[in-house]
Design a protein around this ligand. Structure first.
Ligand code: ADP
Ligand code: MG
Ligand code: MG
Length: 866
């Protein structure tokens, strides 16, 4: 078995085996982009290592030795040499991007003698010892688990003693001394001397990087991003290039387009005389990339050209790491850039216009779930608000919450359901659990490529980074923002789209769809087969739904029409009535209200179908709690209607069967509304009457008879009469039920509850959370359709229903209709439409198009990463 692949090996085996970073380095090498030489140890080796009690698989060490020899040949330097040593980095890199979650060690191959050799051969003693102290720290942290603060504290002490601010202000002697201090920390912590053998360093570094796959923060990150636990990481061994050689050297990070907005330009940051993580770690404030044009013009021009080359090659926006050594540019990483939904849309539209990608690729590559970010309420751009502080607009969206100063508190408060804003000088990968729990993130240091910014964009969370006007007293747990000192729990609001910070909560306004969004959705509409409707109960919702492109209403619930000051007493009167005559008298007074509501909705949806569901909830929902009953009679009625499990009780069509006068009134209101609207507007509404919770053919047979008779008694309208399919029995007996139905609409919330035997409220609060955390289930079946169980029932219902009625119209009106993977499933089942909340209509339009494209085998976008 082969484990190791050189970057220039044309048989390089793809990202699964080489990881994103490794395959990127190989592709760049083969494209002719300047990349230092090196090789990748595959994820196979990692999996073998982890599976066999953390032992390197047989033959791997020999194979590594062969590739080190090849590297020596290519570079003309020897690994372990003491006069002019070959140094390497050992870098993690999984198939899926997990920025900063695993480990990397730089400058491997140095020891006490080699560092002197490096000083002599480069004539740069400062650089040699700067590299050595970095190695000792990184190696100590990664291989031996020494707390990094121990090293950092000594660096800080030294800077203080020398009265300097930056590490660059330290001279060769300082760094020589620091390396000595670091070695003694290493000895104290491990009881051993810092290892002097280069090969020994390498073997242990490879093992440590494999092991870092299972470190706690990587596990948390994988869970949050649904990355499987068993794919493992590759290890990349790369010849070192040095950005810490002086002022004509440096290191940086850049994006081929702005990761927040998708605009073209030079987005990135650069730090002179620095190495590796210095840019992202906020050690010194990095310079905007454009400033590199003056400092290092040749390297800058080459970088700009390389950015274009990489974007053309990958046909996607890239996130790039580079280093300049003595004016010469080297690329160290490229990956598909994490981007906000807005940036994804802008980049997809402009790349299509530039001819880089086709429309179907543009549609296929937008993460449908991420559109949610754009469909959240935002801060009113016209509101006059006092800005308390300003930072970089690192990740858009608005969020309010109580401030917290550490990740553990964020997690604890988040678990209690409090919205929190995590406020930090700068986040590190160890803060990941707090970032997941927080509504938004505010940092004082750090730029657009800082850890906080990158991770927040990946999560679609608002982030304001580098708000230098904010100061934090970590010990006192206070922050000073805009001249005011705030304590833990005090509320602030972030606008990650503008970088503004406000004190207190801020009023939000509904989102709007911008031009790029509209463009992509219009393209999507050309590809999709599923229709998309909305669930809407009011004319306002209906109007909003139309604005978002809904092609009708798939679920208009009628129960809310029973509430309201003037109505509820009448409804209660109906429930309290002793006989049918009493109920009818009350219903007669409700009818005009319902009719008015339906007229409003029909008008808002002119020309598009409206599915109205007759009364669904149990009647006791309309009565007050027992303690608030107005008299003994009401108390009795409440007791009589009480049910041990209302979800499975007297509700849905069972009400219609027992009290036909209720549904009769609703149907009459619908017909009268339809006739009134036709007369008023000249356009007849497309009416679909839907009966909930049908389980037996006989239920629907009776209700259909009632519906038809009621309509005929009122006049003439075009209509369909159908049923929800939301009980397992209805799926099984769909052939019988279909004989009385003009359409089916899946109610997958109730269907999930009844098929799985889960009551949603009890499940989500309790055992389901446990199941998800402990991998009994990998998805919440109320969010994504449980294909295996619920999905099979749906398939059965489709087949049996259409088996007796060719082309029976079938849709879905549960929340699942607005979730991307469930929409894809509905497409596969051959449904006619999905219906979801108005705000999710755009997402459903896109997801439906993506499902159709996937089916037709059109280009599937695989998110790049590194
Ligand atoms: P991460 O996945 O956390 O970005 P990397 O393996 O990419 O970790 O490395 C960390 C930092 O060190 C990056 O800034 C990278 O560019 C830099 N680096 C890695 N290898 C080398 C090398 N051979 N020469 C110079 N810099 C390197
Ligand atoms: Mg990197
Ligand atoms: Mg239901």
């Amino acid at each position: 078995m082969r484990y190791v692949y050189d970057f220039d090996d044309p048989e390089g085996a793809g990202r699964e085996l080489l990881g994103g970073k490794g395959s990127g380095l190989a592709e760049m090498t083969q494209l002719g982009v300047p990349v230092p030489a090196g090789f990748t140890i595959s994820t196979d080796a990692c999996r073998a290592y982890l599976a066999h009690g953390r032992r390197l698989p047989d033959g791997l060490e020999e194979e590594i030795a062969e590739h080190v020899a090849r590297l020596e040949e290519k570079t003309g330097k020897r690994f372990g040499d003491t006069s002019d040593p070959l140094l390497v980095s050992v870098r993690s890199g999984a198939a899926v991007s997990m920025p900063g979650m695993m480990d990397t060690i730089l400058n491997l191959g140095l020891n006490d003698e080699a560092v002197e050799g490096l000083a002599r051969s480069t004539g740069n003693e400062r650089f040699a010892f700067d590299s050595y102290r970095r190695l000792i720290q990184m190696y100590g942290e990664v291989v031996d688990g020494i707390d990094g603060h121990r090293f950092e504290q000594r660096l800080t002490d030294l800077k203080q003693a020398k009265h300097v601010q930056h590490d660059t202000d330290l001279d060769a002697d300082d760094l020589r001394g620091l390396a000595g201090v670091f070695k003694s920390i290493y000895r104290e912590e491990t009881g051993r001397d810092f290892p002097q053998g280069a090969r020994d360093q390498l073997t242990r570094a490879v093992q440590a990087v494999f092991g870092s796959w299972d470190n706690p923060r990587a596990q948390v990150y994988r869970r949050a991003h649904r990355i499987p636990d068993d794919i493992g990481t590759a290890v990349n061994v790369v010849q070192m290039v040095f950005g810490n050689k002086g002022d004509t050297s440096g290191t940086g990070v850049c994006f081929t387009r702005d990761p927040s907005t998708g605009e073209q330009g030079y987005y990135g940051e650069f730090l002179a005389n620095a190495q590796g993580e210095d840019v992202v770690a906020g050690i010194r404030t990095p310079r905007p990339l454009v400033e590199m044009r003056e400092a290092l013009p040749e390297a800058f021009d080459q970088l700009v050209e390389t950015m274009a080359t990489l974007e053309r090659h990958y046909r996607d926006m890239q996130d790039i790491e580079f280093t300049v050594e003595d004016g010469t540019l080297y690329l160290l990483q490229t990956r598909g850039a994490k981007r906000t939904a807005a940036a994804a849309l802008k980049a997809a539209v402009s790349m299509t216009e530039e001819g880089l990608i086709t429309r179907d690729e543009a549609v296929a590559r937008i993460d449908a779930a991420s559109l949610d970010q754009l469909l959240h309420p935002m801060i009113d751009p016209h509101a006059k608000l006092d800005v308390a502080a300003k930072g970089l607009n690192a990740s858009p969206g608005a969020a309010s919450g109580g401030i917290v100063f550490d990740a553990d508190t964020a997690e604890a408060r988040g678990r209690d359901g409090d919205p929190v804003i995590l406020v930090r000088w700068e986040t590190t990968p160890d803060d990941i659990h707090g970032m997941i729990a927080a509504q938004g993130i505010l940092t004082v240091h750090g730029g657009m490529t800082s850890h906080a910014a990158v991770v927040a964009r990946g999560m679609g969370k608002p982030c304001v980074a580098g708000a230098e006007g904010v100061s934090i007293d970590q010990a006192a747990k206070t922050a000073t923002i805009g001249g005011r000192t705030l304590g833990e729990g005090d509320v602030i609001t972030l606008d990650g789209g503008t970088g503004r910070v406000y004190l207190g909560p801020v009023e939000l306004v509904p989102p709007q769809i911008n031009e790029d969004f509209e463009t992509v959705l219009t393209w999507a509409d050309d590809f999709r087969r599923l229709k998309v409707r909305a669930n809407a109960d009011t004319p306002d919702d209906a109007a909003k739904a139309r604005e978002f492109g809904a092609e009708g209403i798939g679920l208009c619930r009628t129960e809310h029409m029973f509430f309201g000051e003037e109505r509820l007493p009448v409804v209660q009167e109906m429930i309290m009535a002793d006989d049918e005559a009493g109920r009818r008298a009350a219903l007669e007074r409700l009818l005009p209200f319902q009719q008015g509501d339906f007229e409003g909705i029909f008008e808002a949806m002119a020309g598009l179908p409206v599915t109205i569901r007759l009364l669904d909830p149990p009647l006791h929902e309309f009565l007050p709690p027992l303690e608030q009953a107005r008299d003994e009679k009401m108390r009795q009625r409440i007791r009589a209607l009480q049910e041990a499990n209302p979800m499975l009780g007297t509700r849905g069509c069972r009400l219609g069967v027992m009290y036909p006068e209720i549904y009769e009134m609703q149907v009459r209101a619908i017909v009268r509304a339809a006739i009134a609207v036709s007369e008023r507007t000249g356009e007849a509404p497309l009416v679909e009457i839907m009966h909930p919770l049908v389980g037996f053919e006989e239920e629907l047979r009776r209700l259909r008879e009632l519906t038809v008779a009621t309509i005929e008694a009122e006049g003439e309208i075009e209509y369909l009469c159908g049923t929800m399919i939301e009980l397992p029995r209805a799926c099984v007996r769909a052939d019988e039920i279909a004989q009385h139905a003009d359409f089916f609409s899946f109610g997958t919330n109730d269907l999930t509850q009844t098929a799985l035997g889960f009551s949603r409220d009890d499940a989500e609060g309790k055992f389901l959370t446990y199941y998800l955390e402990h991998d009994v289930l990998d998805r919440n079946p109320f969010e994504t359709i449980d294909r295996g169980g619920v999905g099979d029932l749906m398939r059965m219902a489709v087949e049996r229903g259409r088996g007796v009625k060719d082309g029976l119209k079938i849709g879905i009106c549960g929340e699942h209709g607005g979730e991307a993977q469930s929409v894809a499933f509905c497409h596969e089942l051959g449904l006619d439409y999905v219906s979801c909340s108005p705000y999710r209509v755009p997402l459903a339009r896109l997801a439906a198009a993506q499902a159709a494209l996937a089916e037709s085998g059109a280009a599937q976008y695989v998110a790049a990463g590194g």
